[in-house]
Design a protein around this ligand. Structure first.
Ligand SMILES: [Zn+2]
Length: 274
């Protein structure tokens, strides 16, 4: 499952291919959306906004296309009208003179006006987006102490997109390691200093991952290990996927556990349970 940084990267790629130039054609497979095709053809995509796993393609005439990939949706960028050989069904396409952005298999596609986006039922339930540059550490520090979250374990809390939007499985383990918080603890178990570290890490780790090709480990450590010939899966993260191997901070073997069928990793020394 892609997480915030990977989803944003995919959106960047689409933006680079088809934004800031007039569309040659916009295609919708669904009948009820087809009347919008003419309204969007010849217009310009200004930007693509991401909301967790939802993507909103903004046009310069105040219309937007909301799409959510669910399990099967897949975007592809191709040379203009160069369709791939696939059994998937094309549901939405934006063609420009040079490139085509093609959305296959997704069933969740809507046309909205820009001012309706924040009120969309999926989007309005999302918590602060960890990759949104407007979100501050102070905001996260207050947010994690809200009644709705304060007594829930961090393991479950961090996968709730209503708490923080864009965190998935690897970011969950990495944020908690950098915060020094044991995964089964709750915000109410942590002192203010610990929660402040959490607020920092909740923004810094995803943003580093976005800017540095998915690396959440300390960048110097990662660089050093890479130069020594270690494979990416070994140096990419502090703890995620590293069970049984030594913690990069203290040498203690990393522990792997499961909750709700999903794995998480932590260092029992750097993230004490008491
Ligand atoms: Zn450690």
């Amino acid at each position: 499952m892609p997480e915030g940084p990977e989803i944003r990267k995919a959106a960047d790629k689409l933006e680079k291919a088809i934004a800031h130039q007039p569309t040659a054609e916009v295609f919708f497979a669904f009948k009820h959306l087809q009347p919008y095709a003419a309204k969007l053809t010849g217009r310009t995509v200004t930007h693509l906004a991401t909301y967790g796993k939802a993507l909103v393609t903004h046009f310069d005439n105040d219309f937007c296309v909301y799409s959510h990939n669910q399990l099967y949706g897949k975007w592809m960028v191709r040379q203009a009208y160069n369709f791939p050989n696939t059994n998937r069904q094309l549901r939405f396409a934006i063609h420009t003179d040079r490139k085509s952005a093609l959305l296959y298999s997704a069933s969740d596609i809507e046309v909205l006006t820009a001012d309706a986006v924040p009120h969309h039922p999926f989007i309005q339930k999302l918590g602060p987006d960890i990759l949104d540059p407007q979100v501050t550490r102070e905001q996260i520090f207050e947010w994690v102490q809200e009644k709705a979250f304060y007594r829930r374990r961090f393991t479950t809390l961090l996968l709730d997109q209503g708490f923080l939007c864009g965190v998935g499985n690897y970011l969950r383990s990495e944020i908690l390691f950098v915060s020094g918080i044991h995964p089964t603890r709750r915000p109410t178990d942590c002192d203010r200093e610990r929660l402040a570290r959490f607020a920092d890490a909740a923004l810094a780790i995803p943003q580093q991952s976005y800017h540095h090709n998915g690396i959440t480990n300390d960048l110097d450590i990662a660089q050093d290990l890479k130069q020594r010939g270690w494979p990416r899966r070994q140096y990419r993260h502090w703890v995620f996927g590293r069970d049984g191997q030594g913690c990069y901070a203290c040498g203690t073997p990393i522990v792997k556990e499961r909750s709700g069928g999903r794995r998480y990793y932590y260092c029992p020394t750097c993230q004490p349970a008491d």
